[in-house]
Design a protein around this ligand. Sequence first.
Ligand code: ATP
Length: 241
Amino acid sequence: MLLEIDKVRAGYDAINVLWDISLSAEEGKVTCILGPNGGGKTTLLRAITGLIPVKQGQIRFAGQPTTNMKTWKLVEDGVTMIPEGRMIFRDMTVEDNLLIGGFIKRCRANARANLDMAYDIFPRLKERRHQLASSLSGGEAQMLAMGRGLMEEPKLILIDEPSLGLSPLLTDEVMAIIARLKTQGRTIVLVEQNTHKALEIADHVYLVRGGKVMLSESVGDVDLDRLHDLYFARDTAAERG
Ligand code: ATP
């Protein structure tokens, strides 16, 4: 496993959010974390990337312990986060946003080649490379955030709700790009609320609710009714009498 999370507890100051979460991500696969609003998905990604402290439990990346490692060090080691809300620099051009991703020491020398690679995957970014990022549509901004992440030559890509706020058409486009990244052998952890779309590209699925893993299944074993019951916390035993 490229990423292993073992009984992690984390949250914000006195408020604990994650309750002994265990999860892993296999190399070259798409691992999907599904779950309702406020379930703790983003908090989990923050704990993995060192943005909030892990109070208990262990995280390992590529066989090495990385619990509470500094975020910049994790990026240097190949862990890239494509955050919810994209967090692009709106007052900079599309190309400068991409080049920022390529500025880390490990891949600085390859920045030009990586830029071509990003433009190959996202031709629309190439067309708009001299525009300010603030002029991009939501879908294009998502592509820019993904392109910037790829500029970091990641070994593990964490993508937080890429479909957020996008039309169904653009969601399909973004998901198709993630599927393409998968065919390139990349390792992806995808956080999504759009269950159907996520299941189309996932290899393994986790359902996180109330800061706990409620289900862990390979995608072929997923029973959609059961998944939805757990997702919406429906008491199926009572309902089915
Ligand atoms: P969403 O899909 O809405 O982003 P999520 O599963 O990613 O949901 P989180 O964002 O991880 O959920 O939130 C989990 C819990 O942590 C929520 O109760 C939320 O209010 C709380 N939380 C999130 N960010 C903070 C913060 N910066 N400070 C305090 N509490 C927070």
